[in-house]
Design a protein around this ligand. Structure first.
Ligand SMILES: Cc1cc2nc3c(=O)[nH]c(=O)nc-3n(C[C@H](O)[C@H](O)[C@H](O)COP(=O)(O)OP(=O)(O)OC[C@H]3O[C@@H](n4cnc5c(N)ncnc54)[C@H](O)[C@@H]3O)c2cc1C
Length: 525
């Protein structure tokens, strides 16, 4: 993973001609952004961890699995939000951990937590490092040091219960590794977020991730039937039946806890049979509201595709690489309408049968089938978009995403409120939106914003983000459908759950982590 950007440097994407036109003609981008510094130029805080404590921690994980060199520290600094990347590109390594520890087992994690609690060393569980909400940016104050707990060595498929369709997997497995291990048993998780190639199972659970095929396979938190968690107070072993009436479900306390309550060391996950057939199709609707009504119908009355997403007019137009038409229409053109991608996975017969029934519903609601071309092209490029961000930053544009969810009846208001807030804060940005996770009762809205960088792009984005977050809460949406809370959404989360809600979280934190060493500053206001 590129330390100051996204993914495999060999796959870095140049900017296509139409995108350059869009930057110059529509957004008024003139000057290139500040180039990224070299890794050896990143300014790191002097290591604060006492040598004796580091030696004690190293004795738990073994030589080679405790790293305090500059490169390891830089590679475990923050996550992958655009502000994170801006800071790294500028050489700001002030949030770097003092050391990186790679435990190999649950017992090693427990022992590390014991030592860290005894010395008040902050611990940041680190999966794939793809957090986009400041989930890996701990508050150092009051701590003797900070260590990143990289779970990469805990990467085994522990067991498969084919009868119950449950697999036990370790948290450090990245998406592709987990899928490969399960494929050997003819199984899949069906969890494919855009960060799939780098993010880990532990991170998916800790941040309540949702994948692109959530309509068919569910969100990641739906898949978790059990888990083992190491805390400074000992072990939590949760989930002994598919459903239970034995009191409140404590798994739900850990899901979404973002490393603030404990370290997930094992996950028991519901698995599905790997599909034999995949059909992805494109559909055109005349407007975002007509497309939204069609998605709602499928979500409420079925049949539900495995993948179901709808781009608004602007996102459709940009996706079609027709920024010239965008310029002519003053930013919004109804010419291209709105693109829906509907995908079906399963046995060949089942996928085809579901496709035919859904196609009848979509046609009946005004959709025009565009065939498998747009669907296959979406599937082919589904993990490429993040690479463009690095090129846009270098070219002098800021690009960032934000997301929310709401009930169907409130969705148009939420959509308008966020767009208005972003336009108010940024002048004339390009704001694109899609729906990619649907439920009987509502859906998510995922916004991508592109704007010309001001003299202080970080402050410019932070102001826009604040404004969008306030608009989301005021319009009745949640501050996050699947990115989580981290540090960036902490205040908005407090507004969402209220004072009593915050007190409950603090109470749980005090019980499980009395020294306050776990990811301090993240999640809990
Ligand atoms: C380009 C891009 C695309 C993305 N697309 C999506 C998407 O489609 N859907 C989606 O849901 N998200 C998406 N994300 C966000 C991110 O990938 C998810 O939040 C993911 O779940 C994080 O997993 P990770 O392994 O990288 O966790 P990290 O970023 O390493 O950690 C995330 C949080 O979880 C904690 N944590 C990690 N592992 C553990 C553990 N074992 N125990 C306890 N706490 C732990 C960390 O301390 C941190 O607070 C995207 C991010 C990027 C940069």
């Amino acid at each position: 993973m590129l330390w100051s950007g996204w993914g495999d440097p060999a796959r870095a994407a140049g900017l296509p001609g139409p995108v350059r036109t869009l930057l110059q003609d529509i957004l008024g981008v003139r000057a290139p952004g500040t180039p990224a510094v070299g890794l050896d130029e990143v300014r790191l805080p002097a290591p604060a961890l006492p040598a004796g404590v580091l030696a004690a921690l190293e004795s738990v994980v073994g030589a080679g699995n405790a790293r305090s060199g500059d490169e390891a520290r830089v590679r475990h600094t923050r996550g992958k939000s655009t502000p994170d990347l801006m800071r790294m590109r500028a050489g700001d390594g002030s949030d770097a951990p003092d050391a990186v520890l790679l435990p190999g087992s649950h017992d090693e994690v427990l022992e590390l937590l014991r030592i860290c609690a005894a010395h008040r060393v902050a611990v940041v569980p680190f999966g794939g490092g793809t957090s986009v909400v400041g989930g890996l940016t701990p508050a150092r104050e009051g701590h003797a040091g900070v260590v990143a707990l990289d779970l990469a060595r805990m990467n085994r498929l522990v067991s498969v219960d084919a009868e119950s369709m449950v697999a036990e997997l370790e948290p450090g497995l990245r998406g592709p590794q987990a899928e490969e291990l399960l494929a050997a048993h003819g199984l899949t998780l069906g969890h494919f977020p855009q960060s799939f190639e780098y993010a880990t199972l532990g991170g998916f659970a800790a941040a309540r991730s949702s994948g692109q095929a959530s309509a068919g396979y569910g969100r990641f938190d739906d898949m978790v039937v059990g888990m083992t968690v190491a805390t400074p107070r000992g072990t939590l072993d949760l989930g002994r039946a598919p459903k239970s009436a034995a009191g409140p479900d404590l798994r739900q306390v850990v899901l979404g806890s973002e490393g603030a309550f404990g370290v997930i060391t094992s996950l028991r996950l519901r698995v599905r049979r790997a599909p034999q057939a995949r059909i992805y199709e494109g559909w055109r609707f005349g407007s975002f509201s007509a497309g939204t009504a069609a998605l709602r119908r499928l979500a409420q009355d079925g049949p539900l595709p495995t993948v179901l997403r709808l781009s608004d007019e602007t996102e459709t137009m940009v996706g079609l690489a027709k920024p010239g038409e965008l310029a002519e229409s003053g930013g919004l053109s109804s010419g291209a309408g709105c693109l829906v991608i509907a995908g079906y996975e399963g046995t060949p017969e089942e996928a085809a049968e579901r496709r035919d029934r859904a196609a009848a519903v979509l046609t009946g609601l005004g959709g025009t089938c565009l065939g498998t071309g747009p669907g296959d092209s979406w599937a082919h490029g589904r993990y490429s978009a993040p690479y463009l961000r690095d090129s846009l930053l270098a070219a002098g544009a800021t690009v960032e995403t934000l997301e929310t969810a709401g009930f169907w009846s409130g969705l148009p208001r939420l959509y308008d409120a966020v767009r208005l807030a972003l336009h108010g804060a940024l002048g004339s940005p390009l704001v694109m939106c899609h729906i990619s996770h649907v439920y009987g009762t509502g859906a998510s809205l995922y916004f991508t914003v592109v704007t010309a960088q001001s003299g202080d792009p970080l402050a410019q984005w932070e102001a826009a983000k604040r404004s969008a977050s306030e608009a989301i809460i005021a319009a009745g949406g949640t501050i996050s459908h699947h990115h989580g809370v981290g540090r960036d959404h902490r205040d908005a989360y407090a507004a969402e759950i209220g004072e009593l809600g915050v007190e409950i979280l603090r109470g749980i934190k005090e019980r499980l982590d009395p020294e306050g060493i776990l990811n301090p500053g993240v999640l809990i206001p």
